[in-house]
Structure formats: structure tokens, C-alpha cells
Design a binder for this molecule. Sequence first.
Ligand code: SF4
Ligand code: SF4
Length: 262
Amino acid sequence: MEPRFSCTACGKCCHGWLPLTLKDAVTHAGRFPLAMVWTPVRSNARSYELATRLGATVRLPNRKTVAVLIVPTAYLPTSHPCPELRDDGLCGIHEDKPSRCRTMPFYPYREEKDQADLLVPRKGWQCDTSSAAPVVYSGHAILDRTDFDRERADLLEQAPVIQRYAEYMLKYMPWIAGELAKLAAKPTGGNLATSLSSFLTATRRPDAAEIAAAQAPLFRVMAERTKDDPALREYHRNYSGWAKEMEGLARRDSRQSSPPSP
Ligand code: SF4
Ligand code: SF4
């Protein structure tokens, strides 16, 4: 039977991490608290070759090589809704929502032929996959590929920037390679989150101060929201630390861009 899928706007998938393109991350810097999420992809994985093109190839301390996806991500605990999710379950920025939300349920970090299982709703999701829903995927091909192609094209275009970031981080923070090796060795894989400020510094973005000024209050709010939950200790620590980093970056860059004092 051909897979069918329709979104009923239940809002269930609008919780937790939301992987963004770089373009979307910058556009929505005043909306989502951002982190850079690193995910090793082993050389025997189906999406390995694609991951080497969209991410970075990293030589680990154990001399093995992995591809690593490094994704700007709206960094929210699974239990927390997207800040744009309205009480009625609809998206508050529907017309302007990120590519990731538009391409759902397809995922451009996977080859097009490997998308079928993404059409099976996760536990609790209320996606319509009944015979009343339209066929969206047939013969291992996405039928309306506009959003998928746009997101994939943005990921390919940003890949050189992501690779520069990876080189910078592995040079100045070599412990990251050790962490990636540990994650790659785990049967279930895993992720490492690094700060957006490291990305802004590494890539010397001219709009770094502006982005940092937009991010700092979001981190402050999230630090406050997570402070009493022991299960979210790591989130709380990251939000608090990253808020300070962003405030520093916003101040430093605005001083640098000001004309020198007489
Ligand atoms: S931006 Fe809209 S569609 Fe995307 S996760 Fe948030 S509420 Fe959901
Ligand atoms: S879980 Fe499915 S039905 Fe609910 S908002 Fe997400 S895509 Fe739509």
C-alpha cells in the first residue's frame, strides 16, 4: 500500500529540538534559543555519503573517520513546546515557518529513497495516515518535492560554512574529537551541543552582535523556566552560560563597531 500522510495540526511534533538551516536560524534568531548540535554518522550508515556533503568529515583520535552533521538547532527540552506553538495547536508563524516545519514529515539529511519510515507517526502524534489522506510518497520518490528540494539546497549551500566551523572547533577545542569518538562508539549514537557563540566567533559573521543581542534574552527566559527541574539541569546550565556569552558578544561587537572615542 502506498504511504499516505496529512498533517492534522495536532502540534505534537512542535516540541523539543527543531533542526534549522543556517538561513532559518539567523532569520528566527529572536524566536528560538539556538545551539549547534553535532551528530556523528558512522561510515556504515545509509546516509553516510550525504552526511559527508552536508556536514564535516572528522578524523577521530582512534584514527577512525566519521561524518558529523552540525546543525543549528532550536534547543528546547522534549517536554517544552516551540515558542511559536499556539494554545490551539496551530503554528503562530505559519506563513513564515522554518523550512524544517514545511518539509515535514520528510527529512533532507536522508536520501530521498530512504524516507518511507518517516511517514509512520511517532507515539502520540496525530498525523492522518488513513485512506482519506493523500499519497505523498510513491516508488521511493517524494511526490511534491518543492519544500524538500529547497531545504536540501539550503543545506548544500551552507555546507562550506559548517565545515569551516568544524575545523575551527577541532583546532581550538580538540576535546570535541574525543567526545565525538565516544558518541560514535555508542550503539545508539548521540549528540553533542555546542554554543551558538562559538559559531558566531568562528565564522566572524558581521551580524554577530545583532544575533547575540536577540539570543541573550531567550536564553535568560529558558534558564528561568528550567531552573527548578532536576531532569533539565544540563539545559539550565547551558542556557545560563550561553546567556552570559551572548551578552558579552553583543557588548564586545557593538563596542568594536562603534567609532573610536575622541
Ligand atoms: S515554527 Fe510553527 S510549525 Fe515549526 S515547530 Fe514551531 S509551532 Fe511548529
Ligand atoms: S505530529 Fe503530525 S499531525 Fe501533529 S503537527 Fe506534527 S505533522 Fe502535524
